[in-house]
Each structure stands twice: as C-alpha cells, then as structure tokens.
Design a protein around this ligand. Sequence first.
Ligand SMILES: C[S@@+](CC[C@H](N)C(=O)[O-])C[C@H]1O[C@@H](n2cnc3c(N)ncnc32)[C@H](O)[C@@H]1O
Length: 272
Amino acid sequence: MKYSDTQLNQVIEDVLASSKYRHVAPELVSIVAKQELENQKDLKSAIKETRNRLHQSAGAYLNATPPYAKWRAQMELCDGADALRSASLEWMQAHASTRERLPILSDFYSSVLANIPVPSSIVDIACGLNPLALGWMGLPAGVRYIACDIYADMTQFAADFLTKSGAQGAAMQCDCVTNPPEEAVDIAFILKFLPVLEQYRRGATLDWLQRINARRMLISYPTKSLGGRGKGMAENYEKRFLDAIASTDWQIEKYLFENELCFMVTKGELGT
Ligand SMILES: C[S@@+](CC[C@H](N)C(=O)[O-])C[C@H]1O[C@@H](n2cnc3c(N)ncnc32)[C@H](O)[C@@H]1O
C-alpha cells in the first residue's frame, strides 16, 4: 500500500511500545516497517508483520527479557575468573543460541581457534549473549572484543561483562544487516547469523561478507531449528554457504559439532 510518514511513525511507535521490542534498534524497526507498509494491505497488518519479522530474527531467541539488573548485581559479587565463568553458564541459558552451545562449549572454541594464530581483536556480530563465553575462548588478557546486536539492554550488559572480564571491550546496539561494524580486526564471529541476514535480504550473504573487515571469519549455522528439528539442515546450509562464496578464493576449514556447523574462513593465504 502507499503510506504516509504519519503511518510509518505509527508502526514504529506501536512496535517499540511493546516490552518485547522496546530495546530494539529503532532504525531496524523503521526498515522492516517500511517494507511491511509496502507489502501489506493496511496499517494493522503492517504492524502485525513487522512484529512477526522481529520475532523471527531476534525475539524468538529470548523466552523473556533477561533480568540484567539482577545479573549485574551477581556480577559485582563475582570474585575472579572462575566465579565469572560459573555465573556466565547460568546467564547464557537465557538466549537460545548460547543455550544450545553450552553442551559443546568446552570443545567449541578450543577446536575452531586451534589452527589459527591467537586473535588479539575480534568483532562478534549479532552477538546475542556469546560475549559471555569469553572465558572459554583462550584469548589473551586485554583482547580487543567488539560486540554488537540490535538489543540496547543486551549489549549494555555485554559491555559491562567485558569490562569486568578485563577485555578492552566495547559492545553496542547496531543494525548489523545495514551497518556491520567497520573496524579492522583479526577475526569476525558471525555465529548463526547468516540465516537471519537472509531473512532480511535474500541473496545478500556474499556482498555482506565482503564488507566484513577481518582477515578471518568464524561463520556458523544451526543444525537444528529452535523447535528441535534438524533433518538435512546441516547439508542444506553447507551447500547454500559454499554456493554463496563459490566465486571467492577464500580458504575454508569446516568443523561439525552436534548442533552447530562452523566454517573458519581465511580471506587470503592460510597460516598468516
Ligand atoms: C541466531 S541468534 C545468534 C546469536 C549469537 N551470534 C550466537 O550464536 O550465540 C541471532 C542474533 O541476531 C540478532 N539480530 C537480529 N537481527 C539483527 C540485526 N539486524 N542486527 C544485529 N543483530 C541482529 C538477534 O538479536 C540474535 O541475538
């Protein structure tokens, strides 16, 4: 339908007024709202579809808004790395992506980072609660760790966590589909985000990956849906990924875990 600025503002305000989406980046809500105003027949359907799409790409991973104030109080009481690690195990349960990774966490980073030089700078794109896994990554103290996601409250907690952990951290709210971080880093973590990117922009994977300013990219896909079904998912995602990057000379190493398929991508020659 044709729409006015007033109608656009109405959709944005309505969506941001709900407790589930009030911490989501308004610029992302605006992009999705514009598309749905164009696609839908009336304002009510545009609001409904905008919410649906935000649910699919972000809301579905959180059962409820995590109790960040309570976590912050717990974090202040954590004395030392072991206490922080055991609290993190609890907190990471709140996001489906980190929750699914918990059973393989002790293997995950030690395997995928084993064959590359230890990174001293990282961007964690669409991070969810993954920065809380820092204690399992084997990174040097003072590592530069930049994390971003569309939730302001989540990235604020991640920023506080990184400070508490002694990282040279920064975490910020950002629409990574439109504006992925530009800072040059050793490695970008792009964990389980490419299917989400494709929900916003079908066919965008290669162009988007080419914009990532990192020598290496750790890319992963889920091998089971949020509902627990997984037949053929790993094979389908592997094919889609390899087809998307077929025209590049990137080096790929594949790691298959129980519920996550990973690719360590090196843009250029290996071993440097
Ligand atoms: C499948 S989860 C992956 C989370 C994390 N990378 C991990 O694997 O633990 C997708 C994440 O993308 C975030 N997200 C969705 N749309 C986004 C956008 N446009 N910009 C940044 N983050 C976004 C969601 O909030 C969610 O945390």
